[in-house]
Design a protein around this ligand. Structure first.
Ligand code: AMP
Ligand code: MG
Length: 463
């Protein structure tokens, strides 16, 4: 059965006309002319600005406390990796030439287990000889391969002979010293996020403490006269402030520190004061008040603060009214230098503070965070910029939708092993967090597709 995407909350033509024309009579021209851009243009603009930022401040933490943080130092190999010719199988260290003809009978002249160092002459392999060896042990002198124990049998225990049923190539079943990395070689770049794999590398290079960038402080400002704190009892027309909490969770999960501000009313004086407070942080995320209703005042107040707007809408659903811009920082101490990740630690304090005005509908807030705010926070946290990559899966049921917008629609990816399939959730639009919570990804629908058949490959954004 077809699933129809209903654009319940927004009327495309009305909205476009208002955003393009500039609805508020007192709004500065920079906001009204910044304009609506395609998803790709919007994303690139954010990436370009993100490439110029980083808090630059560094701290040293215990290795595990660095999980999810960005490295402020490159991690070098303190020795060769592996530090010796390392056997990768249990078996016998041999000379491959001795096994040119099989079966072959070899004399077992010693044994090396992991942790042993084969110094004694008894542990070198001569012509017609073998040394029993365990995974992780150093290869003895004279040997040039390891034959797996599975291909051998002990011929006569008292005489110390082993019969080998398979030949081996020179170099088989061991990793030569220094072939993974040489001493002094860069193992992890500065700007790399510490995940479990990079923590393993740092651990093996003896880094019990690592230098990481300071977490950026990200202000979260929810707006709306109808929005109340979550421990308040809402009046009949009021809703609880879920956006500040979903955003705080998203911020923390990508390496930022969320600073939740009090809820701003739809009134200019208090809204402006809270925006100014938010601009003290490294980044300001606003939610709500960026559509074109009479009481959507966020862009107007930002324009009054001499904000520069890079876009005031993106051709996406949900999240079309999303706004991206910057304000001059209070105390300009330096300028952006456009430097790369290897010189960013020395970057001076920024002379501009970026902000995103995210739409108030909770699903729109979450999607626009993921698409636009996330790369900026990652960059502020010191991460080398990453491109957004969509995964692919087969569609379970046909989709019908309208053209014109790139859509990111809540969906469930299911199946098992290689048989993944994805299906849109039946939702009530971008306020429907109850349905969203039951999904695990968004299906990405290109703006030119009206219908996608079951069985087609579609793009996914995991969440
Ligand atoms: P707005 O973008 O201000 O027009 O708000 C769009 C919708 O999102 C309205 O239904 C709001 O009530 C809702 N909304 C706005 N802010 C929040 C918030 N902080 N938490 C939950 N819902 C919100
Ligand atoms: Mg509002």
């Amino acid at each position: 059965m077809a699933i129809t995407n209903q654009d319940t909350t927004e009327n495309a033509n009305w909205w476009l006309a208002k955003k393009l024309a500039g609805y508020h009579p007192c709004m500065s021209s920079s906001a009204s002319t910044a304009g609506i851009v395609s998803f790709e243009q919007a994303r690139r603009m954010v990436e370009q600005h993100a490439a110029t930022v980083c808090t630059g401040e560094v701290e040293t933490v215990d290795l595990l406390a660095g999980l999810g943080r960005m490295l402020a130092e490159g991690i070098l190999a303190d020795r060769d990796f592996p530090p010796f010719d390392r056997a990768t199988r249990d078996g016998y260290a041999v000379r491959a030439a001795d096994l040119a003809k099989i079966p072959a009978r070899l004399e077992v002249v010693g044994e090396i287990k992991a942790g042993d160092w084969p110094e004694s002459a008894a542990c070198s392999v001569g012509h017609g000889q073998a040394v029993a060896i365990m995974t992780g042990a150093p290869l003895p002198a004279g040997a040039d391969a390891v034959v797996m124990v599975e291909h051998t049998s002990v011929a006569d225990r008292s005489s110390g002979k082993v019969d080998v049923r398979r030949s081996v190539n020179v170099g088989e079943n061991f990793v030569p010293r220094g072939t993974e990395a040489h001493a002094g070689q860069l193992l992890l770049d500065r700007g790399r996020r510490l995940d479990h794999a990079s923590i393993a590398i740092a651990a093996s290079a003896g880094k019990s403490r690592v230098s990481v960038f300071r977490k950026p402080r990200v202000a979260v400002l929810s707006t709306g006269d109808e929005v109340v704190e979550i421990d308040a009892t809402p009046g009949p027309a009021q809703i609880r402030n879920s956006n500040s909490f979903s955003l705080a969770a998203q911020i923390e999960s990508v390496g930022g520190e969320a600073v939740r501000l009090p809820i701003a009313p739809d009134e200019q004086v208090r809204l402006r004061a809270l925006i100014e407070e938010g601009l003290q942080c490294d980044l300001l995320l606003l939610t709500g008040g960026v559509s074109m209703g009479k009481y959507d005042l966020v862009e107007q107040v930002l324009a009054d603060l001499q904000a520069e707007f890079y876009f005031t809408g993106a051709e996406i659903q949900p999240g079309r009214p999303v706004v991206f811009g910057s304000c001059r920082a209070d105390t300009p101490v330096g300028a952006e230098d456009g430097s790369d990740a290897n010189t960013r630690a020395a970057a001076p304090a920024p002379h501009k503070k970026y902000f995103f005005g995210l739409p108030g509908n909770p699903v729109s807030t979450m999607v626009t965070f993921e698409l636009f705010a996330r790369p900026m926070i990652e960059a502020l946290a010191g991460e080398t910029p990453q491109k957004l990559i969509f995964l692919r899966a087969r569609l379970k049921s046909e989709i019908r939708t309208k053209t014109g917008l790139k859509r990111f629609l809540p969906a469930v990816l299911s199946g098992e092993f290689e048989n993944a399939e994805v299906e849109l959730a039946r939702w009530q639009g971008s306020g429907d967090i109850a349905t969203l919570a039951r999904t695990n990804c968004y299906v990405v629908i290109p703006p030119d597709r009206e219908r996608i058949d079951a069985g087609e490959w579609v793009s996914l954004l995991m969440r």
